[in-house]
Design a protein around this ligand. Structure first.
Ligand code: ZN
Ligand code: ZN
Ligand code: ZN
Length: 137
């Protein structure tokens, strides 16, 4: 069950990319309103079948994101190691997300880092702002 939940979460994140991708294939939305033929052959979906279905959707969607210029532009660079490889929030095995600012990092980098560099920057900026608003005369 945990695996299915995970796949659904991944699919949701992938879906965000496909929806915002202007060049995205129209069949990226399988549950769209234009579904011509409601498949009569799926009255009840066993977990195993459903998982296979999810996996094939995941495969299709991630293949698109990795090979699409627009989608890869919307990927993330790990700000801890600054490696030039693009990472995505749906890469649950290798990446993790800051719960505060939603920035995506390599899971290993994030585990090593004392705190999120982006949040740290923001906090520093905030402190400077606050310091700057004090009357200077
Ligand atoms: Zn795309
Ligand atoms: Zn990294
Ligand atoms: Zn953060």
């Amino acid at each position: 069950m945990g695996r299915i939940l995970r796949s659904r979460e991944q699919l949701k994140l992938l879906g965000d990319y496909l929806i915002m991708c202007r060049s995205g294939p129209s069949r990226a939305n399988p549950a769209g309103p234009g579904s011509r033929s409601a498949d009569p052959c799926v009255p009840q979906i066993a977990d195993g079948v459903f998982e296979t279905f999810l996996q094939s959707l995941l495969q299709f969607a991630s293949h698109h994101v990795y090979s699409c210029d627009l989608c890869t532009q919307r990927g993330f660079i790990c700000q801890i190691c600054n490696s030039s490889s693009i990472i995505f929030p749906f890469e649950f095995d290798t990446t993790t997300r800051c719960s505060e600012c939603k920035t995506v990092f390599h899971r290993d980098c994030h585990a090593r880092a004392p705190s999120c560099p982006r949040c740290e920057r923001r906090q520093r900026y905030q402190r400077r702002l606050e310091a700057g608003t004090e009357p200077s005369l």
